[in-house]
Design a protein around this ligand. Sequence first.
Ligand code: SF4
Length: 1019
Amino acid sequence: MVSGESVPVPFRDAGRYGSGVTDVSAPSTVQPAIRPWVELPPALATPPGAGAICDASGSRAIKRGAAEGVFTGGAVMVAHASLTARRLGLSPPPRSSDMLDVLELYAFVRPARFCAPSPSGLALALGRSEPKGAEAQAQALRDAAADLLNELTDPAYPGREDAYTLAGTLDRAGWSWGSRVLAALQAGPLRDRRERGTGLDVWSRLAEWEDEAPRGEAGSAPVDSESARIRLDKLLQASGLDETRPAQSDYAAEAAYAFSPRNEEGRPRVLLAEAGTGTGKTLGYLAPASLWAERNSGAAWVSTYTRALQRQIDRESRALWPDEAERRKKTVVRKGRENYLCLLNLQDMMQAAQLGNGDLIGMGLASRWAAHSRDGDMTGGDYPGWLPGLFAAAPSHQASPANLVDRRGECVHAACPHYRLCFVEKTIRASRRADLVVANHALVMTQAAFDGARSARGQKQDGETAALKRIVFDEGHHLFDAADSAFSAALSGQEAAELRRWIRGPEGRGRRGRGLEQRLGDLCADNEAAAQALKDAMRAAAALPGEGVSGRIAPASGEINPIGPIEAFLVAALEQLRARSQETGGTEFGLECALRPATEPVLEAARAAARAIAAVEAPLLALSRHLEDILDEEAAELDGAARARIEGALRGMDRRARMTLPGWRSMLAALEEGGDEPDPDFVDWLSAEAAFGRIHDVALRRHWIDPTVPLEAAVIMPAHGVLITSATLSDPAAEDPFSLARMRSGAARLIEPARTLKVDSPFDYAANSRIIVVNDLMKDDPRQIAAAMRELFLAAGGGGLGLFTAIRRLKTVYERLGPDLAKAGVPLYAQHVDPLEVGALVDVFRAEQDSCLLGTDAVRDGVDVPGRSLRVLAFDRVPWPRPDLLHKARRERFGGKGYDDALARGRIAQAFGRLIRRADDKGVFLMLDAACPTRLFAGLPPGTEVQRMGLAEAVELTKNFLKSRSDLKCRKPPPRPWPCRRPASPSNCLLTPTTPTRRAWACRRPRRSAGRRSRCSRR
Ligand code: SF4
């Protein structure tokens, strides 16, 4: 029951409580005994296939039609309005005073605090138990709203004044929660103020960063194995773990090798270490890393592939620095600048929204988050990623990372009024003095490549990354892929349009942004040569594709209208693509074809495009040189702010003029120079990206066949010590289990051979897991796969994760599986279907113990769900690498079919590792592809055994194996709509097992009209 709801004051009749902030100076009219803010409208919960409403008279199930009526018919509370609308088959609703999203209230009341975007997520975030079933969820939603509003009445609620001021602004902007929030805040103490402002100016409440003297080069004091063991023991005690695990201790001792001093330049100490799940490798490497940082006054970098692991390492660093204030100084999570809120962008968007061109409420909530955020990280930090998607809004109006981060490198650095508050600048400075920098592979590689390019020109390294000397690459099995994207080039319509915008600024009406002229015009004003170079660059950039490029090079009407030489090249490239890739699936999923032999129009257009690119590159390089001269020659006159601006501009210019543009030019030039012979080191190809059958971009791409060549040169060799670690690094099927890891990390070419270490997991996989290949399904029939997943997930009572190798199959299975699971009360979520990003989907899946999730690679890599929420993991088919042009070239280079096997084996092992995260986890791993060779399971932990059986047996085994847990409730399968006893034919029937020995068959033909309903009698 919602506290306070017994007070019979109809909220709407009670007036607009405190709807004007100036009213606060008057005594509050709200009587302490009356709590009108919890006079709430009905709460509607719509887990997949079910619906329930909860109002003052309690919670009850309702049918879909009624739920639709509640959703559209008046004031209603929901958790995620867009997702609710989708479940009801409706379009996402716009904001309105009647649509009260409790997640939005959560974002206001508990800014920068985690919550999975569902009624269950809200309940768990508020310390309640997980509500199971639609009725419990509706009740939980109502309780959550009341809890949150009551929280605001607490006199000790932090920052009540700021909250009140902002709530007043949001209320005036029409926020559906506005009046209730104001009323709740008014119930507690508030200061009398004549003017409160808007509360939107978060920058007036943020602390400034302060520079510190440079730390200097890190020392070379070694870390020995024994000290690492002792440090690990201390960390375990600090974490409340008394037991000493010998394997973990050995791991820490061996990891110390990567923190010992190197004896020769270019000969780093490299260790490849596989540590099975449960070894405790994070604390295992944090022990020597923290010792090294302490002894040498340097920063050890830990790099991960996924955000989930970044967060986990950050959490585990509490064992090192239990005091939170100290930990925040010592550990810094560092991402690329395009992840952090740009306050100038926020201010621009807020101003536009105040003039009616944007979502002021969304911006207000983003500003409230910014005031409470640890570091301003919008992608995987403490920003609620679900916030921008709650209501229908134009993408350009949303408070989304895409609009609020500095994605295009438009930062004006010291010319920005918020420079001294800037989250990006704060994080960069914090990482300079931190002991532990937790970064990601992409950032480490791009920064290292950037530094390498500067060093090659004899310039000093960038201050942001000069400390990249000791690196731990966790999730090291992803190093190859991360290097592949970091060291590749793509000349596409969108990329070129981005560059044009970076140089010339936004050219459409009403667009925000800053071009080079706005960023550098005043700095160049007194230097004639610099001003001329700036003008030349602006003029030359007009030849680059502009806004709307896809509509000109691949319009739906077919009437192409390219502007400029690059668009003309892309049109010629598209012609070649269409001519040579007909048989690969048309335009539904995109096209690709080898660049060589290029058609005559492509060759001709490439020449003109290369000239246009050179014409942009030259003035940018000249401008870069002039700015460097200004830094040099006017050193005495330049103040710190001007110097910082020039240095910031040079960083952006270096990236483009010395890396991007030469890369494009060389790809085009290679066409001319290389003739029809492919480059032995690279794969060059043309590709077209498509969505919904329409092409929206065309690209010329170049990837290294072996991206570990630049990885080794730019990252591994210059470092002093590198630890590459993962739970799945070795390949037991190979003669040398670490040969693939060496090859895919660049360690194979090192002069000083890399050491290797393998530590087995302490988990009892033989007892806690089952591995099954289902051998009586036709994997190409999505109905059979859907039916199999349905029976398996139901046998487990939920907690199923379905992994797919293609989005199209995932969607087809989802459509068939969702309704059946819903009938049994098992919610199903799906990547590429539900309007939530992967991280939020995994959060919901983790929060709801009996829900199921379908996903592709990103889910496989990002899912970390210890406990009951994940107990069945099913692959729809063997995750072979996609045989595209790039992979074919690599397969040829790295060992043919054996290379394919090794990759698939690695993927299966990684997915299996997701199933058992704790010693008491139990799970069943299924491959629904009868053709899966047993050799692909060689990477699974020792003691595990692969069983091949039919679906019926697999279902029974799954049910019995998991039922041995006392807390597992098996659910009944959904009723069959019209059972048919006809033996199945692959085209119309699906297997529905009843017992391991006897099989019944249920026909899944579409239901016919009642009058024509027939029963098949054939046996
Ligand atoms: S300094 Fe740059 S990134 Fe930071 S707020 Fe200003 S413009 Fe944005």
